[in-house]
Design a protein around this ligand. Structure first.
Ligand code: QUE
Length: 348
């Protein structure tokens, strides 16, 4: 992975021309620190430069009394943030450049921890895709606004990776085994269902987002909670298929999970779709994810991030990860050929 130039350093001859910063930040007169993700060509997938720019702004604002709260938004109409820079991680992993892999994940998970411990209200406005690393810069904050166009997922088992960015902390803590479902299958949740399962905190129709943003960055910057309460739609009904998810994903192991899905009667179509997602995932990723979520249920966020960092550096070198990213993002054939079946792992 090439080391990006310090974004704040003056340009030198031979520097790659970057006409637009991939993260734009400003502070409004009312005291809102605004982070705008602006790498739309990659659906705002977080590269190391973006991670560093965000970290720099949040660190400066943390101790700045002129900043009362933070709002994170996207300049892309399609995506909040599609994930981490897995193309760069794959290239570094294939080249055996462990230093670059570790530098990337250390910076990304460090940003996740910074957000989790942030002393000021931190609101992410999610109107489009938020996957993987995109959840890492939203779920750890105090509020996640999701619209009906928001689509949230942890799809890593489908690319030979595993749910990282602190997911081994927050997924096992979602109600009704819903995090096990999301983390193992990569299933998407949208709009109100995302609030019902706990990934989102407020549902606001996309049509209302500009007015909400004006309030959060204007008069409401000092008390975003009050603004969010005013704008949010009434509490959501239970997340999609909540009963079947709780029945099946409370299974003690992957074989038992498959057996419960196969025997599911009430939600047959959902069970078939869910089995298909498990069948499409990397078997090694499923086994790793099961072990990781089980360990994460009894760990602090810091312990989870340290465990994920160790695992991410090792996973970046695996054939399944290289193959999974190839099939999803390089050749886009969506037909990964996974390595041999992994050992079954107990879920809990
Ligand atoms: C799983 C993932 C990611 C993914 C697809 C998966 C991920 C990620 C991207 C992505 C998407 C569009 C881009 C890009 C990256 O896709 O983390 O650069 O333009 O960043 O199935 O975890």
């Amino acid at each position: 992975m090439p080391e990006p130039a310090d974004p704040a350093a003056p340009a030198r001859p031979g520097d790659q021309v970057r006409t637009e910063e991939p993260v734009r930040t400003h502070v409004t007169p009312a005291g809102a620190g605004v982070v705008e993700l602006a790498r739309p060509a990659a659906l705002n997938a977080l590269d190391l430069t973006m991670v560093r720019l965000m970290t720099r702004a949040l660190t400066a604002w943390r101790d700045d009394p002129a900043v009362r709260s933070v709002v994170v938004r996207s300049a892309s109409p399609k995506a909040f943030c599609a994930g981490g820079d897995i193309l760069a991680v794959r290239a570094a992993g294939m080249a055996g450049d462990d230093t670059a892999v570790r530098a990337y994940f250390t910076a990304e998970y460090g940003l996740n921890a910074l957000i989790a411990g942030y002393p000021k209200p931190y609101t992410a406005l999610i109107d489009g895709y938020a996957m993987g690393g995109g959840l890492g810069i939203s779920v750890h904050g105090s509020a996640r606004v999701v619209t009906e166009r928001a689509s949230l997922a942890m799809p890593e088992t489908g690319i030979g990776f595993f749910p990282d960015i602190g997911a081994s902390y927050f997924l096992p803590r979602l109600p009704g085994a819903y995090g096990w479902y999301l983390g193992l299958t990569g299933a998407r949740v949208t709009g109100r269902a995302a609030v019902a399962c706990g990934l989102g905190t407020h549902h606001v129709p996309a049509a209302g987002l500009p007015a909400l943003e004006a309030e959060l960055t204007g008069a409401g910057a000092a008390d975003p909670d009050a603004v969010l309460r005013r704008f949010a739609a009434p509490p959501a009904p239970p997340a999609g298929h909540a009963d079947a998810v709780a029945r099946c994903f409370s299974a003690p192991g992957l074989p038992q999970l498959r057996a419960r899905l196969a025997a599911e009667e009430g939600q047959r179509e959902w069970a078939d779709d869910t089995l298909a997602l498990l069948d499409a995932a990397s078997p090694a990723s499923l086994a790793i994810t099961a072990g990781l979520l089980r360990a994460g249920a009894g760990s602090t966020l810091e312990e989870c991030l340290a465990r994920e960092l160790d695992l991410a550096c090792r996973t970046a070198r695996t054939a399944d990860f290289h193959e999974g990213v190839r099939a999803a993002l390089v050749d886009k054939d969506r037909k990964p050929a996974w390595s041999a079946q992994a050992q079954p792992e107990r879920l809990s």
